[in-house]
Design a binder for this molecule. Sequence first.
Ligand code: HEC
Length: 132
Amino acid sequence: MKRLIVLSALFLAASTGFALADADVGRSEYTVACAGCHGESGLGDGPFAGLLNIAVPGLTGLTQANDGEFPFLKTLMIVDGRTGIRGHGGPMPIWGDRYEASAVEQGDVYGAELIVRGRLLSLVEYLETIQQ
Ligand code: HEC
């Protein structure tokens, strides 16, 4: 019984550890790949925003614009970009392709799609946390 309790405690600690790591992955991914245009806090005011000839939207009002519910799948597809659903078809990079290319480059041809999904999911989970 004692062993079971110890094991469950360990398991709990490990799973909360993973959850934390996930949020961190999404945030650092965002800082590297998105903040340049969409801004550090997602207000659409990154250093590159002024260089584009098209307005960069803020990303903190996605929930508000969708009747109070975070549009998880739609956002995932926009960021992925491989499904044809784009913001407005402008200069936004197709992240699905980029992440896939970098996974393949690192030699992980078979796991590439899983890596792409993982990175996109942590990104969109992070976006959900910055909704206002
Ligand atoms: C080169 C600048 C640039 C970068 C980098 C960039 N975006 Fe965008 N993003 C845009 C622009 C411009 C739009 C609006 C027009 C379009 O979709 O092309 C947009 C639109 C969006 C939209 C749709 C917003 C809406 O209101 O419909 C989402 C979601 C989004 N970007 C998320 C991201 C995420 C997540 C990243 C990082 C992985 C990222 N963007 C990186 C420029 C950028």
